[in-house]
Design a protein around this ligand. Structure first.
Ligand code: ACM
Ligand code: ZN
Length: 621
């Protein structure tokens, strides 16, 4: 038996034991994000060989999605049948075991109900997204291994796949529940993007902003400007080219993949700064027109797109035309952060434009450009969203969405007063490129401000959504500049491998689960105690999803020399040393509290699965 299968079996048996003795009450309470309302019913529903998924004709793809998750893990065969909710409910009398997926007019956008009895599991969604979230809650009520596509039918003989009878009524508090992934600094392949989307969707996040353009790479094919990807997507020399890009065809497929999972991909077309990759391809885009070289190390270029040339505006219109043809989303992100205006101050074309427009400072040209581009997008029925600088550099009349990422969160009020909407991505809470803790052995991560613990993120202040308020939601950001093009990522003990994707997973999880709950729930409904209680069960789920999460350190409690160890990861082992050496997965297994002898010091790790363990937690003394 492989280690891999061993850990799966262990987790599975644990889940089944828990299901038998605790009657799934804990399972029902462990849905993340916490549903708005949930009550426990009598008995449980079991997936069996004869379970049928009945669905509204419009939800055929969702039914197939559910089947494609359930079949590989359980080894069951699920039949799909199109029908109506009324007919499905009539089947109840015949004691037919079925899952029903339907739509309902009287629910809030993206909301759903889930009613599980021993005979039926009925999901009604306000829309396709709502029905999808109902399915995610149903999956979270089943054993975690339901998400494990490697499991196959090996486990089916050992126990039933059951979920507790429940009544859930749920809807998100915020319309924008996002994640930004920086694919410009490091080119993540499509396989990884699908994995990222799958996990986001499982936790009911609905927007993935792809940071497609930066100094280090242009990652989206633009047919009218082929050099953007022929030249701008690649750094390094012949034979050791680093980078990559998505063709429009590939992106179209990804958009479809994400849409089925309730995730809208929001493209970020960054300008006027962070555009070295465009300038390398077409030097006439910059103020100086000089040929540049793409860097292999992280740097922020002083080059800007030259706003004073008509050719630049034509370029932006052409690029946005293709972007809008490709991406069906209502919002298009136009970047806008961190411009330094030296180039515009020295450029005769930019200076002439300032004179014509009566602008006093070069920075005001950015506001002028934002207005122009926001109008271009409006003509196409889209709304511009960008970093907060888009409304802070001169007057912008066209309503936009400003992403607050730095400064005080009070910036939101100012932005609202200017007539714009706000998306919250404060770097103090939602920049996942900061480490969770600064402890011995932690992976290198951003250091320009303090760490962001799970608890800190969970406690992020943000007002509840209201239609006439400013804030439309929150978005966590996963920047990749620390391992630009995969260079500079050494062998790291907590990663146990050298893939950049493992590093991204490590920084993203488990914090993404806190993002999910902050985004979905009303502020008053957040409970750190409930969340951490539920979280313990989700590590097995993350294992099943193949997520390389950061394993939390054990909790070491010492009272009068007596040591108690516990792990936030349900079912995990704790291993420890007492002689000051670094514990590893074969160190002494913790089984019960013990007493320290003179000179001994506890160093303990959580071992979630073979090769996947935490950093050491030391006793105080
Ligand atoms: C940013 O972090 N420069 C948006
Ligand atoms: Zn210029």
């Amino acid at each position: 038996m492989t280690h891999y299968l061993f850990i799966r079996l262990r987790a599975y048996v644990l889940t089944l034991v828990a299901a038998c003795f605790c009657c799934s009450l804990a399972t029902a309470q462990s849905i993340i994000p916490q549903p708005q309302q949930m009550t426990r019913g009598e008995g449980q529903f079991a997936l069996t060989e004869t379970t049928i998924v009945y669905h509204a004709p419009e939800l055929k793809e969702l039914a197939a999605y559910l089947r494609d998750i359930v079949e590989p893990s359980t080894g069951l065969t699920l039949q799909l049948k199109a029908t109506t909710a009324e007919q499905f409910l009539r089947l109840k009398d015949k004691k037919h075991n079925g899952i029903g997926l339907f739509l309902s007019n009287d629910l809030k956008a993206e909301g759903y109900t889930l009613n599980v009895t021993p005979q039926q599991a009925l999901i009604k969604g306000a829309d396709a997204a709502g029905a999808f979230y109902g399915v995610q809650s149903l999956l979270q009520l089943l054993p975690a291994e339901i998400m494990d596509s490697h499991l196959h039918k090996r486990m089916t003989e050992q126990g039933a796949w059951t979920l507790p009878a429940v009544d859930v009524k749920d809807a998100p508090q915020r319309p924008w529940r996002g994640l930004m992934l920086d694919v410009a600094r490091y080119f993540h392949d499509l396989r990884y993007l699908r994995h990222y989307i799958d996990c986001m969707a499982h936790y009911k996040l609905n927007r993935l902003q792809l940071h497609l353009i930066d100094d280090s790479g242009w990652r989206l094919e633009i047919k009218k400007y082929p050099r953007l990807t022929q030249e701008g997507a690649w750094a390094g020399t012949e034979g050791e080219r680093l980078g990559g890009y998505y063709t429009q065809e590939e992106m179209r497929e990804l958009i479809k993949y994400a849409a089925l999972r309730g995730v809208e991909i929001v493209p970020e077309v960054e300008f006027p700064a962070h555009v070295m990759s465009a300038v390398v391809a077409y030097p006439w885009l910059s103020c100086t027109g000089e040929q540049q070289v793409l860097q292999t190390r992280h740097s922020i270029s002083p080059e800007l797109l030259c706003v004073g040339k008509q050719t630049t505006l034509d370029f932006l219109r052409d690029v946005l035309d293709e972007v809008c043809d490709l991406f069906p989303c209502r919002y298009v992100n136009i970047g806008g952060d961190e411009a330094k205006y030296k180039r515009w101050e020295a450029c005769p074309n930019c200076q002439a434009l300032m004179q014509r427009e009566g602008l006093k400072k070069a920075s005001e040209l950015q506001g002028w450009l934002t207005n122009k581009v926001a109008r271009m997008l409006k003509e196409k029925g889209r709304t511009a969203v960008g970093w907060q600088e888009i409304v802070e550099r001169g007057k912008v009349d066209e309503p936009v969405v400003a992403t607050v990422w730095s400064g005080a969160m009070g910036d939101s009020t100012k932005i609202k007063d200017m007539g714009h909407k706000v998306l919250l991505s404060p770097n103090a809470y939602l920049y996942l490129d900061f480490p969770e803790r600064v402890v011995e052995g932690e992976v290198p991560a951003a250091t320009w401000r303090g760490p962001i613990s799970l608890e800190k993120l969970y406690g992020m202040p943000c007002e509840d959504y209201s239609a006439d308020g400013a804030c439309i939601g929150i978005q966590a950001c996963m920047w990749s500049d620390l391992f630009i093009h995969g260079k500079g990522l050494p062998e790291l003990r907590p990663l146990n491998e050298n893939r950049s994707e493992a590093y991204i997973d490590y920084l993203t999880y488990p914090r993404l689960l806190a993002v999910s709950e902050v985004a979905w729930c009303k502020k008053a409904d957040r409970s750190w105690e409930r969340f951490t209680g539920a979280l313990g069960k989700h590590f097995a789920r993350l294992d099943a999803l193949d997520v390389h999460y950061r394993v939390p350190e054990p909790v070491v409690k010492e009272e009068d020399g007596r040591v108690t160890l516990s792990s936030p990861v349900e079912g995990a082992e704790i291993r420890y040393t007492l002689d000051g050496t670094m514990p590893h997965e074969h160190s002494t297994l913790y089984t019960a509290p013990f007493t320290l002898k003179e000179g001994q010091k506890v160093r303990a790790i959580t071992v979630a699965s073979p090769g996947h363990f935490s950093l050491p937690q030391n006793s105080e003394k």
